[in-house]
Design a protein around this ligand. Sequence first.
Ligand code: ADP
Length: 220
Amino acid sequence: KSPTADENVVVIGLGRFGGQVAASLLRLGHEVLGIDEDPKLVQQWSDDLTHVVQADATDEDALLQVGIREFSRAVVGIGTDIEASVLTVLALSELGIRDIWAKAISVKHGKILRSVGAHHVIYPEATMGERVAHLITSRMLDFIELDDGFAIAKTRAPGDTVGRTLADVGLRSRYGVTVVGVKAPGTDFVFAAPDTVVPGKAVLIVAGTTDQVERFAATT
Ligand code: ADP
């Protein structure tokens, strides 16, 4: 398969976050150019990535030299060094990169990244921290918050739903959540229909506003 230019991604900063992004992109079949200023990391990644170069990503000339203009997408995984993170996003933005994703370590950092040209800001620690809080305090087994206060969760079914159809249980009228999928232990998920009977020890996929999903998952 020959990837089109749009499938190529440049990942800047091959630390824990950037390294994972690069590895997953490779697994999904994309070509990845990795950039890091640390020669040891560059050496470490040289066998795995399509191209990996040692460069200071805050330096526009250095970015031009590694052929940055061939990429329409960049991920900036520099976090700890906020100045380097901001200057790198600024350089990418000045060079006209169309789709810039950047990791932020705080809300203020994220605001600065947006103002210098990041199109998407990711908060890995904040997002994961919130998710873990949900998992340890409710029936949730997994939780994804989408933009605009909408969420999808995997939850254990409440005890009073077992053996009844979804129409009878009426979770939408009681909690506002929509059941998307139902899974009995040891089987695959099936799409939920009004006549789907909730099996014992069932796992549900529910969607709704974050508030609704949280309220539903907090009940027993
Ligand atoms: P993580 O927590 O995901 O490991 P870090 O912020 O600790 O993130 O790591 C970021 C990576 O970015 C490090 O490998 C570092 O060498 C690299 N890096 C930092 N500044 C620059 C820069 N100006 N140019 C290129 N790479 C950089």
